[in-house]
Design a binder for this molecule. Structure first.
Ligand SMILES: Nc1nc2c(ncn2[C@@H]2O[C@H](COP(=O)(O)OP(=O)(O)OP(=O)(O)O)[C@@H](O)[C@H]2O)c(=O)[nH]1
Ligand SMILES: [Mg+2]
Length: 455
């Protein structure tokens, strides 16, 4: 029997109200000892009801609270469960928690409520992970994906793929039973078609990971250019925060500095870098090396040039842009406040999207933001397709795909039936790992240690 657990479910600190959660077989027994609501007896109260009452410690009154009562199996964890909404003082929260523990409950580990929901079959593993993503989601796109996963869309998709394989594997196993007689129950041509179809599907999911990952962690946008052109100033303006040091000394930024911000529902990760130039300074050179690494990792690159040196920089820009043809480049002409002509006309540099701004005076930053947004295929975010955001799922899909690839090769080269069966079974295993059909303590520990306590 699992212990009865308790935890504060709201963020640490004082608020108007805090919520303390209890779950497990002893929930009603434990709470009864510290909760009074007239003549009500918790055990006999109906499930899914809310009650006003008092938390007491012997004779001493602690707080007036509301409790919400859930009874197994109709609760988040599937167990008997109570949520106590108390006044938000830290002292009250701690006191109630202490009373629960003194009366037999145990302090929950991170994610333990959700772990129980999984163990009790309320949700599968990918849904449990979606809960963590939902809590962590900071943008509309991340929220949408987590919600889709939580609803079980992904689970259904995987189950459908597995069902198709199950059908064939049973035929193949039947063949193994009759191995003396060399019969083929499973039509190899049909099987091959099926495997290739499933592979295609898995491949789409694998491909979606790149998009999913950037949506969750922010689309990486590197800010590059020569020293002193205003890269750090721009980073600060975009983030609305004095994150990076700005000075008139060329070579101020040595290390890359980054942070995320949400622009119209999409998270971007802006990365300020060391200015690119020829220098003998060892540290600065290390920084410049790092700049090039950041370019490789970025999806979008803002190439900052000063208004004045634009004409002289064209070749240099072209040279660097040519090295990274797959990136989305935006040329940002900075310091237009110092430009002589008031027209600030945007010069079209080397056929790349170009925008003129003044980072320092915060001029035309909106134009730059719109241009950044226009580089994103936002329509990809609107389709109901499943998008993989979780590296664990990604790895499992890669492995499933490898096993399928072996099976496909096997059919083509007429390998022994038992090897074929093994490859197909293995791919089913990897698909099952995602939903938690096959799992072990290490996988579970890894997933749930990243949860907050109380969830
Ligand atoms: N007039 C004007 N000055 C600016 C503008 N943007 C930045 N500056 C100034 O240019 C200088 C360099 O700015 P930084 O943001 O440190 O430049 P950087 O590109 O990060 O420089 P490094 O880190 O050395 O590569 C500072 O004195 C800024 O105040 C602008 O739009 N107009
Ligand atoms: Mg800088």
């Amino acid at each position: 029997m699992l212990n009865t657990i308790c935890a504060i479910a709201t963020p640490r600190g004082a608020g108007a109200i805090a919520v303390i959660r209890i779950s497990g077989e002893q929930t009603l027994a434990v709470v009864s000892k510290i909760f009074l609501a007239g003549k009500k007896n918790l055990v006999s109260l109906p499930a899914n009801t809310v009650h006003y009452g008092t938390i007491i410690n012997g004779e001493q009154m602690i707080d007036n609270v509301i409790i919400t009562l859930f009874k197994s199996p109709h609760s988040y964890t599937g167990e008997d469960s109570i949520e106590i909404s108390c006044h938000g003082s830290l002292h009250i929260q701690n006191k109630i928690l202490e009373l629960l523990i003194n009366n037999g409950a145990h302090l929950a580990k991170p994610g333990e409520f959700t772990l129980r929901a999984f163990l009790n079959g309320k949700i599968d593993l990918s849904q449990a992970e979606a809960v963590a993503d939902l809590i962590a989601s900071e943008s509309e796109a991340a929220h949408k994906i987590a919600l889709q996963q939580l609803r079980g869309g992904f689970t259904k998709e995987l189950a459908a793929l597995r069902d198709k394989l199950v059908n064939f594997i049973s035929l193949i196993e039947l063949e193994l039973d009759f191995s003396e007689e060399e019969v083929e129950f499973a039509d190899r041509k049909q099987l091959l078609e099926l495997l290739i179809n499933i592979q295609k599907h898995i491949f789409t999911l694998i491909k979606s990971f790149k998009l999913g990952n950037v949506l969750k962690n922010g689309i990486p946008v590197a800010i590059i250019g020569e020293p002193n052109v205003g890269k750090s100033t721009l980073l600060n303006v975009l983030l609305n925060e004095e994150k990076a040091l700005v000075s008139e000394i060329a070579g101020t930024t040595r290390d890359s500095i980054e942070d995320t911000i949400n622009i119209q529902g999409i998270t971007f990760r802006f990365i300020d870098t060391a200015g690119i130039r020829q220098t003998d300074d060892i540290i600065e050179n290390l920084g410049i090396e790092r700049t090039f690494k950041k370019i490789e990792l970025a999806d979008i690159i803002l190439f900052i040039v000063e208004t004045e040196s634009l004409q002289n920089s064209k070749d240099k820009i072209q040279e660097i842009v040519n090295k990274y043809p797959d990136k989305k480049w935006i040329i940002v002409i900075n310091k237009i406040d110092t430009a002589e002509s008031v027209e600030h006309k945007i010069e079209n540099t080397i056929g790349l999207p170009t925008v003129s701004i003044s980072a320092k005076k915060r001029l035309f930053i909106n134009n730059l933001e719109s241009m950044i947004l226009s580089q994103i295929d936002t329509h990809k975010l609107n389709v109901g397709d499943t998008i993989i955001t979780n590296i664990r799922h990604y790895e499992a899909l890669m492995r499933a795909n490898e096993s399928l690839q072996r099976a496909v090769g096997g059919i083509e080269s007429n390998i022994q039936t038992d090897f074929l069966a093994q490859d197909i079974r293995q791919s089913m295993h990897y698909l099952g790992e995602i939903t938690g059909q096959f799992t072990n303590d290490e996988i579970l520990d890894n997933i749930f240690k990243n949860f907050c306590i109380g969830k």
